[in-house]
Design a protein around this ligand. Structure first.
Ligand SMILES: [Zn+2]
Length: 226
């Protein structure tokens, strides 16, 4: 049986859906469920684990689909509909979506599809060539439309975030239960996309990954060793 790391202590928001008025929340902005082709954890299991960890609302960002997030909302779970979208130039995440965004559009068309429905453009794992990262020239073309840059994922996202002047986001990119909440943001409770974006600026990114080192730290360690 899989043992999972314990809950963050104590959960800040036991249950936002239950009507609790929280002043601070913890959110993992990048989560997958079995609605993604490469994850086997059912959405309700993801929700249960988020509940144990005090992560609420649940940002479900499945590949090319929003049915998992929709099913959580139908089940009364506090969820934000996200989607990790494969454009024809790499991936982008849309947050606070209402409907599915088509795959294989250009970066500009994808951004427009997200913004037209009041969503936010969240650039995940920028410059990480080990993933389906958005191509550098596409990032340049849509730079003014990126709302959030994911940090703790990718080569130099902090530099890009600072250049764009947008808030940092963070999520575990969990594809298994054990990964949920390894990275999260602690921030003021919010109401909707724009309030979330405004309050994210004062959010605190927390990284619980054991032994995690930045690329710069790893380079330093390697240089010392050899
Ligand atoms: Zn992902």
């Amino acid at each position: 049986m899989l043992t999972l790391p314990g809950a963050l202590s104590p959960p800040i928001v036991p249950n936002v859906a239950g009507g609790a008025i929280a002043t601070r929340v913890r959110v993992d902005l990048h989560l997958h469920s079995s609605a993604s082709f490469d994850c086997r954890v059912p959405p309700l299991e993801v929700a249960r684990r988020c509940g144990q960890l005090g992560l609420s609302p649940i940002f479900l960002t499945d590949h090319e689909g929003i049915d998992g997030a929709r099913s959580l909302i139908e089940a009364g779970e506090p969820a934000v509909i996200g989607q990790e979208i494969l454009t024809n130039e790499g991936e982008l995440i849309g947050l606070f979506l209402k409907k599915l965004v088509s795959s294989q559009l250009s970066a500009e068309e994808t951004v427009a599809a997200i913004k037209d429905q009041g969503g936010l453009v969240y650039l995940e794992h920028p410059y990480d060539s080990g993933r389906r990262n958005l191509r550098e020239d596409a990032i340049e073309r849509i730079a003014g439309q990126i709302d959030i840059v994911e940090v703790f994922n990718g080569r130099s996202p902090e530099e890009l975030r600072a250049t764009l002047g947008v808030p940092a986001g963070a999520g575990s990119d969990a594809h298994t239960l054990a990964e949920i909440g390894s990275v999260f943001v602690e921030m003021e409770a919010f109401d909707g996309a724009y309030d979330f974006l405004a309050k994210l600026r004062d959010g605190k990114v927390v990284n619980r990954r054991p032994g995690w080192k930045s690329a710069a730290q790893r380079l330093f360690v390697n240089r010392r060793r050899y």
